[in-house]
Write a protein that binds this ligand. Structure first.
Ligand code: ADP
Ligand code: MG
Length: 424
């Protein structure tokens, strides 16, 4: 982990992107009311950029001179970070660009990544306002960790798929429908998901499709990709109440300041057998765009999945949810085992046949993260490296990081620790 800000080298200003319409439309006033003074007192130089429309941040980041910025931080929901990540990955210099430390301040209605990093910091669940302060505090500390991204191929036109990068989730069925339908309740903030869940439960339906995945080779250990490790990692965690008076936060921090120009040298440390299989696939791998790493675990969507994949026997589902972080929303602790850079996709699916009551019970248990221990015969949880979903219907909803994407066959593979996030 690296400490971000340095008064010794050069000022590494933070580009702070705010979506004024996110959440209840109060992101800007939440920022000025709760975070701005904190950053000023901690001596974190920052420049506010208010987004004017959808994809504004994506375009800005795609064209920006990144040597000017120590970090790109968003104050919004997960949707704005999705834009930033994809803007970076669309650049010719994506390999350097994605090294730019990213940060998140929860200002939206879906603040899953913020809830995840708050959880990883060891803290207990808190209210929305406290979550913002907690994330502001992490931003002031400026410690950077590795974060997984998944490469997602969408292929309603199977021969010419598009590729996206995702830091949080891929959802189909119940969860994706709730995400979209609950947009109309965004004025209630994070509670929109609870309302959406109750409404959708009333009209519970079955989603048909074929699901396949590449299971984790458990012998392979849990660190599929090892990246540059660094030394600076203060372990102590001052209480939140101490942040204003803490000299730790105000003093110039040593260590290398701007990591955004560092060369990303990563290697795949999967065992040689897997490395061989991956190599074999590489020649026919599904590389949809010119930028970004090759997806050595995927074959094109118009070809059958490789023979070492598991094809799920059921074709009737209530939901499919692939997660790479712990929280799906502030109060949905969907993948309790997930960590920031475990290089895993935590795949959860619910088979058709589950009763409304049992499904409601699952969602209630998810608040505490106990749903996987519930022994529901309809719920399956497994850890995978890659997956493919082929819905049978021509219309429906798939979301990536909570954002609606093109509906149709989709596949994804995880790239362990490829991005960097201000956390801890
Ligand atoms: P929320 O959690 O409230 O949905 P998001 O950050 O996810 O907040 O943003 C919702 C959507 O708004 C995203 O698709 C994002 O790309 C888009 N967006 C970003 N900036 C703007 C803007 N200025 N006006 C309208 N939409 C925007
Ligand atoms: Mg959103």
């Amino acid at each position: 982990n690296r400490v971000l800000y340095s008064a010794v080298h050069r000022p590494c200003s933070v580009m702070l992107l705010v979506n004024p319409h996110s959440g209840k439309g109060q992101a800007l006033s939440l920022f000025t009311g709760h975070v701005q003074r904190m950053l000023n007192e901690a001596g974190v130089p920052h420049t506010l950029v208010i987004t004017e429309r959808q994809n504004h941040a994506r375009e800005l980041v795609r064209e920006a001179d990144l040597s000017q910025w120590g970090a790109l931080v968003i104050m919004s929901g997960d949707g704005l970070l999705f834009e930033v990540v994809n803007g970076l990955m669309e650049r010719e210099d994506w390999e350097e660009a994605i090294q730019t430390p990213l940060g998140i301040l929860p200002g939206g209605s879906g603040n899953a990544l913020a809830a995840s990093i708050h959880h990883y910091s060891g803290a207990q669940p808190v209210s929305s306002e406290e979550l913002l302060i907690s994330c502001g505090f992490l931003l002031c500390k400026g410690l950077v960790s590795r974060m997984d991204l998944a490469s997602v191929h969408l292929g309603s036109s199977r021969s010419n798929p598009t590729r996206l990068f995702s830091f949080l989730s891929l959802a189909w069925g119940f969860v994706a429908d709730v995400d979209v339908e609950s947009e109309k309740y965004r004025h209630v903030g994070a509670a929109r998901f609870t309302m959406g869940t109750l409404v959708r439960l009333a009209s519970l339906r079955v989603y048909k499709g074929r699901l396949a995945y590449l299971p984790v080779d458990e012998e392979d250990g849990q660190s599929p990709v090892s990246l540059e490790m660094t030394s600076m990692s203060p372990q102590h965690q001052p209480p939140l109440s101490a942040f204003c008076s803490s000299t730790l936060l105000c003093q110039p921090l040593k260590d290398s300041p701007c990591q955004n120009t560092a060369h990303l040298a990563f290697h795949n440390s999967r065992n040689s057998n897997n490395a061989f299989k991956a190599k074999k696939r590489e020649s026919m791998s599904a590389n949809a765009t010119l930028t970004g790493p090759p997806d050595s675990l995927l074959v094109p969507l118009d070809q059958p999945v490789p023979s070492d994949w598991v094809v799920v026997p059921e074709e009737d589902f209530v939901l499919m949810l692939a997660m790479y972080q712990s929280h799906l929303a502030k109060d949905l602790y969907a993948a309790p085992d997930s960590t920031l850079d475990d290089g895993l996709i935590h795949l959860i699916y619910v088979r058709a046949g589950i009763s409304r009551t049992a499904l409601l019970r699952l969602f209630l248990a998810m608040e505490k993260g106990t749903h996987l221990a519930n022994n529901s015969p309809h719920l399956v949880y497994t850890r995978v490296r890659a997956l493919r979903l082929e819905p049978y219907s021509s219309k429906g909803v798939i979301t990536v990081d909570g954002e609606v994407v093109e509906y149709g066959p989709v596949q994804a593979q995880v790239h362990g620790g490829i991005a960097r996030l201000i956390t801890r």
